[in-house]
Design a protein around this ligand. Sequence first.
Ligand code: AMP
Length: 425
Amino acid sequence: MKIGAVRGMRDILPEETPLWQKLEAEIRAAFALYGYREIRTPLVEEAGLFARGVGQATDLVHKEMYVFPDKKGLTLALRPEATASVVRAYIEHGLYAKGGVAKLYYFGPMFRYEKPQKGRSRQFHQYGVEALGSLDPALDAEVIDLAGYLMERLGLPREGLFLRINSIGCKEDRARYREALRDFFTPRAEELCADCRRRLSENPLRILDCKRGGCQPAIRAAPKSTDFLCAECRAHFQEVLAHLDRLGTPYELDHTLVRGLDYYTRTVFELASRDLGAQDALLGGGRYDDLAELLGGPPTPGVGFAGGMERLVLVLRDRAELELAGKLDVYVIPIGEEQEVKRAAVWAASQLRRAGLAVDVEYLGRSVRKATQVASRVARHALFLGPDELAQGVAKLKDLSSGEERPLKLENLGAAFQQKVRARG
Ligand code: AMP
């Protein structure tokens, strides 16, 4: 029986990897411009990290996490997200002791046992930033500005994007808001779906996240979190918005945006694409001022976001300007059956690679005509080597776009190639 990839987890094939690499390079460059440095944390953590950090009652932990015991019975989890891991590492390595704001970014696979659909898979890849150590609303704005800059840099037009933002306040505000939502939804329980009725007792904030049509009228009429903010949280939010106005960043206040993870406080936001359909969020984030303390560290405010690589690939795949060449410089074609020629071809390829050229060799013994057709598809030049050429100490180099052919000395082959080809630009 054939074994396939696990449902919801997919291979990224060589046709697609150049786009991934290009996106990763652009993302890294954007993060560096804003002062972030990379952190790499393990894919596996103690499950308790997420139960405590993200919240035991969240769908993410309760329903979607891959959990397994190790050989000593310790309960481990494949990380479903990276913020909890980054904050764990921040505490574990005492990064706070360095003072100032710690700006960290990450890349990598995350795992969630969700129903696979367009833009939603079980292994997916996130890029994200975390800025730890400051309560300043200017930092919230900077993080949002970074998200916007990143999309600009990737060539996504602003008209196709929208920023949703909300504030859910501090722990105390949230507790009051939760009660207000419970009071509001309880008499309307019959209007809600079964999931939302369950959420009513567990965490009524999550009702606002529900996408089912039937729940929408009640959700639209529900109390707004911004009406429950204490004076400090209200001032904080107003200042975040004032910064966004000053930065010229358009936003939509979205009172139903609460996000699925428990650690969020104050600012929450999502940057979405009009091209993505139901799963339209390119990235999401917010503040998490209590998380470090919750994980046993010193009280440290934080703000950040995480975005999905797969969704970026979905919106950018068809854009002509991102078409990536990925062609070889040279395809070496030995002519005839002689082992001496074959060995010279392999040697020539090795020389050219040492001169910094991307080279492959015809290993399937196809006719010169067939091999040249292949070369035209995968490379910019073909290098022909036959017994006659070998006897004269040369090879024949063909420019596959112009068709021009000329001899190339085998002695100092790499340098000879660079001279002939690169000199012509
Ligand atoms: P979250 O960690 O849930 O706030 O998600 C942040 C971003 O990660 C989302 O905006 C998506 O772009 C991406 N994302 C989250 N879950 C998935 C998934 N199951 N498959 C693909 N991308 C995802």
